[in-house]
Every structure is written in C-alpha cells, then in structure tokens.
Design a protein around this ligand. Sequence first.
Ligand SMILES: [Zn+2]
Length: 207
Amino acid sequence: MASTPHPRLNKTIKIVLKQIYKLLSASASFSEILCPICASSVKYHSKYQKWLYHERISIIRVKCSNPHCGTTHALIPEFSVPGCSIATAELEKFIRLRLHGVSVDTAGQCFVNAGMSPDYPEEIHKRMKKYFHRIEAVFRPSKRFINYQEIIMTLAHVKNDPILSINLQSIDHRCNPVLFSRINILFFQENIIDRDISLNPPCSRSP
Ligand SMILES: [Zn+2]
C-alpha cells in the first residue's frame, strides 16, 4: 500500500475523526439521529474502519432502539462513498463527465490521481452499470433511461451530492440504499422482527 495520503483529505479526516470521537464520548449526541426505517431513536452499536483511498477512517454503527426493528446503520461521512475506497467528490466528477460523453478512462483519471489503480475507472464503470438496473427496479421511472449517468443525475433532482439524494430517495421507496450498498435490493417489511440486520455490513477490504 502506498504511504502517500490523498493531499486534500488529511484535514477533513482529522475533523471527522474528532467529531466521531466526540460522539463516542457523549452518546447523548445520538439523540439527534433517528432510524430511517421506523424513526425510532438509535444507540451506539459498534465501530469499524474503512478505507478512503490510502487512509483509514473510523465508521460508527448505531442500532435502532425499537425492539421490533433493531436495524443497525453505519454513519458514513458524506465525503466517503459507502462500500468502496473512493471519495464522493471524485465519484460525482466521474458521473458528470460521463454524462457529457467523456470516456471511462478519461473521466476516471481522477480516481487514479487520488491513488487508485489504473484499472479502477473500468471497475467503477461496471459497478455503476449494475446499479442502473437496481435504480430502475426500485424507482420504476416513467421515462426510459439509457445509462447510469443519465438516470442518476435526472432522478437525483439536486445539483450536489446526487449519490446521497438517490440513496435517501431509496429509503422513501421503503428500500435500502441502491447505490454502494453491499447487499442487493432489500425492501423493508412493515413489521420487522427484533434482529440484528444491517443495511451496509462492514467491509475491511483494502483499496
Ligand atoms: Zn428502526
């Protein structure tokens, strides 16, 4: 693994880690977070580490206090894409460039510049193509879209952070986040029994 960190991330990571440790030491802060499935309060559950390019960042998992739900949720910093090692800023840039007809390799050069392997643009492109079908299945748009960049940027309805917008709208569709969740489509049941299920189980795979 390369030892050179992504230059833009150092300061941001320190800020987020500080906030996370503050949350850990003052669990009352979780009172501001509600379970996205049943809107009950949550409590600290566990933490794990994920990669952000060549940095490790701490991720806290909280658990819904409703005994009929009990779902665990990972609190992912908004600059980090869940389930992989890239940052939100580069992913958005990639999707926007693809929307304007830029090739996969050229649009994905930002990932390589940030420390990912030269194969990564093609890897993320294939992953996004799979998500295209998930989005169609969950959102059932009346218009027919031809690729992931078009469906994401159209359905997101926002200029910034389209990934977050799509994932939040997934929850409105009573489904787990369709983008970058490591499990496939999971529709929430109305009466969830008390069990420890996670929408995004931890992954410690290196980039
Ligand atoms: Zn819940």
